[in-house]
Design a protein around this ligand. Structure first.
Ligand code: IPE
Ligand code: IPE
Ligand code: MG
Length: 250
């Protein structure tokens, strides 16, 4: 690691967020859980806006996990409808602001119509460079590593790849976030302190931030507060603090 900027960066390049607490937010108000998911859309808009104004390159949002299919069928249906409606209503605006949209996760489980809209949104925004917005939908970290393993195994079986040529970089190149900078800042709202099968490989050296705020409460001020915490951290990547300081002085 010769690029010392990874130690000094005051602003993350890639923020990954577990947007949790929508259901509890609604319950506190005597509303159905779905009202919380809807209210959470305002927080999505707020963080996207901050990323654009600050010049953060990449934002990954966990919208639906591979385990969320276990929820009541009505809630799953409403979440799918919300996803579809958001694609319809927001994509044009995102495109206008130069946002590139990418969806990661096992999309074959979605209705064909939703799959089509996802592909169309990605296609429309493919050349945009202001911000890459990645939505993790039917995503699981274990699924991601499994699908990468499957790809590489097929190449070995075909004789296109030697098993001992498999390196960390090669595995990374087959994971869902390939080509993106590594997430350097992770945020989870809703008070839970766990990863819930989000980006398992990619979070290896990410700075973690947990807040009790429920996702619909997470606004631009809350995001600014989180970014302030990131700016104070000394990233060491296995080195000692003294080594890092010396490298930065040099
Ligand atoms: C996160 O909020 C959104 C999704 C998982 C889709 P929750 O729905 O998990 O909200 P809580 O955790 O029940 O409050
Ligand atoms: C994680 O939230 C997934 C998303 C935010 C999409 P959950 O609410 O599903 O996580 P657990 O089950 O409480 O760990
Ligand atoms: Mg939850």
């Amino acid at each position: 690691m010769s690029d010392t900027s990874v130690y000094t960066r005051k602003l993350p390049r890639h923020v990954a967020i577990i947007m949790d607490g929508n259901g509890r937010w609604a319950r506190k108000r005597g509303l159905p859980r779905f009202a919380g998911h809807k209210a959470g859309m305002d927080s999505v808009r707020a963080v996207v806006k901050v990323c654009l104004s600050q010049g953060i390159e990449c934002l990954t949002l966990f919208a639906f996990s591979s385990e969320n299919w276990r929820r009541p069928v009505e809630e799953v249906g409403l979440l799918m409808n919300l996803f579809m409606a958001a694609l319809d209503m927001e994509v044009r605006k995102l495109h206008k602001h130069g946002v590139r949209l990418r969806i990661i996760g096992e999309r074959s489980a979605f209705a064909p119509e939703l799959q089509q809209r996802i592909a169309a949104a990605e296609q429309l925004t493919v050349d945009n460079t202001a911000l890459t917005l990645i939505i993790a939908a039917n995503y699981g970290g274990r699924w991601d590593i499994t699908q990468a393993t499957r790809q590489l195994s097929a190449e070995v079986a075909r004789g296109d790849l030697q098993a001992d040529a498999i390196t960390q970089e090669l595995i990374e190149s087959r994971l869902s976030l390939s080509g993106m900078p590594e997430p350097d800042f992770f945020i989870r709202t809703g008070g839970e302190q766990r990863i819930s099968n989000f980006l398992l490989w990619q979070l290896a050296y990410t700075e973690l931030y947990f807040t009790d705020l429920l996702w619909p409460e997470f606004d631009d001020a809350a995001f600014a507060e989180a970014l302030k915490s990131f700016a104070t951290r000394q990233r060491r990547f296995g080195r000692t603090g003294e080594q890092v300081e010396k490298m930065l002085d040099a």
